[in-house]
Design a binder for this molecule. Structure first.
Ligand code: FAD
Ligand code: MG
Ligand code: MG
Ligand code: MG
Ligand code: MG
Length: 551
């Protein structure tokens, strides 16, 4: 088996230099990229621009470093420090790139066209609409904030998704403090204005609450001494705990720390309505309670963008919630369209669907049974094609091939056992329980963008030399290893210069040392030396002078 692509994390193989010169009149294939977020930008930065004619379409002409958006909400970091113009990124790369500041509002896969609308100018028809053809389309449009149709949320709550959102939140926090200071208010009204509500106890909501608490205690309490005791921050979460995607130790630490900080963590409460003056939440024990608030930030999860929903209907994915791709990030049932990042999920193939085929491929001598050697020979390919098998092998139930055979045979010692198809099925019957959706994170989006660029860079060479891991009938020939995610760990900043870090292998570290790790990782991950310098100087400025409270 010739495996061509080094999978996701394997770094990029420079390929273009070994390409033969293109013949005269040769037309490069058109690649259209929708979106300049984590997935789209990483794809573009890693794509060999000599090979394709590339057009980039996004309603924002910059990349935003989203992990620092919570810091922008309180002025710890300036907005311009977390963005990099996409034209600068493309210009640095050189090559055949075009950028259109516009929004795609319809994908037409039958005619390989996309419909776009400019948000900066209009054409002669007065609507700013235009069409773009593609040979390959990369959908990297991210997700929208999800209100779960809760009434009043769109009108009354802030979201925290874009740079503008963070700027608006900052202004709104300052407005609440100034309003609460006005001479004609009574105590009740001041309290209401100073009640900050965060809905959603995931990483973003928690980090914002922590950031706001620091801003209030470290900076604003000195400037608003007469009202500072009236400030209240509430964090509302429908589940029983906050930060449920993290290790239990981190969840507990965060809940305890917030408790000590005076942040009111309300778990088990579901927000059912938001009006101009009050947030209504529900709990089986208490029923509905309405609490007055000054400002609310809604951060409960993400949903699919409407034009992507429309595209899904066109290609027979109407009954799904999220656009599905295969493990090569190709949109299912739709040629030449790829999707990366938050706008899509990988529909991981189940081992049990293919079990007979796998058995047939493994049984090289056509004996109708598998020997240890035959299983060993195919196992690496199985791992590549079905990552759940490796996860299962690593989990408690199994430890390696000996157990695979043991489970099938009920026999520990004999090395030469043959496995029948029934025994093989039984041995693998639980592996699909290890299939998990990848989280909607920048880490996943960036790795997918990089992986897809690697595939695109080698597409031509691979066409001449098509081979890949196990081929399942009806799936066609695969030229690359499927995408494989490498989890590098996750941070949860909790305020007061303390951060929780969860690294691979369940390694958990909480406190000031992790905060320094956080600073150094986020400084390193910056997209350019310019933003790196700006972010570091923002942090330095905050240490020395505190956060700015004008606005
Ligand atoms: P995005 O980065 O959202 O990019 C989508 C792009 O598509 C944007 O350029 C957008 O303008 C463009 N677009 C939108 N609609 C259209 C259209 N109709 N046509 C064309 N283009 C369009 N992840 C982490 O791993 N670690 C963190 O610490 C972290 N912190 C976060 C903090 C906040 C406040 C937020 C909001 C997210 C955070 N995330 C974090 C998650 C991470 O930002 C996302 O998972 C990541 O941005 C997904 O990348 P993406 O490219 O799929 O989408
Ligand atoms: Mg993107
Ligand atoms: Mg982004
Ligand atoms: Mg995804
Ligand atoms: Mg055999």
């Amino acid at each position: 088996v010739v495996v061509l692509a080094a999978s996701s994390g394997g770094g990029l193989v420079a390929y273009a230099d070994s390409q033969p010169d293109q013949p005269q009149g040769f037309k490069k294939k058109k690649v259209v990229v929708l979106g300049t977020g984590w997935a789209g930008t990483t794809f573009l930065r890693n794509l060999d621009s000599k090979l394709y004619d590339v057009q980039v379409i996004s309603p924002r002409n910059y990349f935003a470093f989203t992990p620092l958006l919570p810091s922008v909400t309180c002025g710890t970091v300036e907005p311009r420090s977390v963005v990099e113009p996409i034209r600068r990124i493309l210009e640095k790369k050189g090559g055949d790139f075009k950028f259109w500041e516009a929004e795609c509002f319809k994908i037409d896969p039958a005619n390989k066209k996309i419909h776009c609308r400019s948000n900066v100018g209009t054409n002669l028809d007065g609507n700013g609409e235009f069409l773009v053809d593609y040979d390959y389309l990369v959908v990297a449009v991210g997700a929208r904030s999800n209100t779960f149709n809760t009434p009043g949320v769109t009108e009354n709550c802030h979201f925290l998704k874009e740079v503008e959102d963070a700027q608006k939140i900052r202004r709104s926090v300052m407005d609440c403090f100034e309003k609460a200071s006005l001479p004609y208010l009574n105590e009740e009204e001041r309290k209401k204005n100073l009640h900050f509500v965060v809905v959603g106890g995931g990483p973003t909501g928690v980090e914002f609450a922590a950031e706001l608490h620091d801003f209030v205690t470290e900076d604003l309490s000195k400037l608003y001494p007469s009202i500072q005791h009236l400030v209240k921050i509430s964090l509302i979460e429908a589940a029983d705990h906050i930060l449920t995607m993290f290790d239990k130790r981190i969840t507990n630490f965060a809940e305890d720390k917030f408790g000590r900080d005076g942040i009111d963590v309300k778990t088990g409460y579901k927000v059912v309505k938001v009006s101009k003056d009050a947030i209504t939440m529900q709990n089986p024990a208490t029923g509905d309670i309405a609490v007055p608030y000054g400002m609310a930030v809604w951060s409960t999860g993400i949903g699919t963008r409407p034009f992507v929903v429309d595209f899904m209907k066109q290609i027979g994915q109407a009954n799904r919630r999220v656009l599905a791709t295969d493990e090569w990030l190709r949109v299912r049932e739709c040629d030449d369209v790829y999707a990366v990042g938050d706008c899509a999920t990988i529909n991981q193939r189940r081992v049990m669907e293919d079990i007979s085929e796998i058995f047939r491929v493994a049984d090289k001598d056509k004996s109708g049974t598998l020997t240890v050697k035959e299983i060993q020979d195919i196992l690496e390919d199985i791992y590549v094609r079905y990552p759940q098998v490796k996860l299962y092998m690593k989990s408690k139930q199994m430890n390696g091939i000996a157990d695979l055979i043991r489970t099938g045979k009920g026999d520990t010692e004999k090395e030469s056992v043959d496995l029948s198809i029934e025994e093989f099925k039984k041995a693998l019957s639980l592996v699909d329980s290890q299939v998990k959706n990848l989280p909607a994170t920048a880490q996943v989006a960036a790795q997918q963008g990089q992986y897809l660029a690697t595939c695109f860079n080698k597409m031509q060479a691979a066409e001449e030399n098509p081979e890949g891991p196990i081929r399942i009938r009806g799936e066609g020939r695969h030229r690359f290893n499927p995408f494989r995610y490498r989890h590098l760990g996750q941070f949860a900043p909790l305020g007061g210069e303390q951060t929780a870090a969860q690294l691979p292998g369940d390694w958990v570290s909480i406190g000031h040392s992790s905060q320094w790790l956080w600073y150094s990782v986020y400084a390193t991950k910056q997209i350019s030396w310019r933003t790196r310098a700006l972010v570091i100087s923002d942090w330095g400025r905050r240490f020395i002078f505190g956060r700015d409270s004008s606005g």
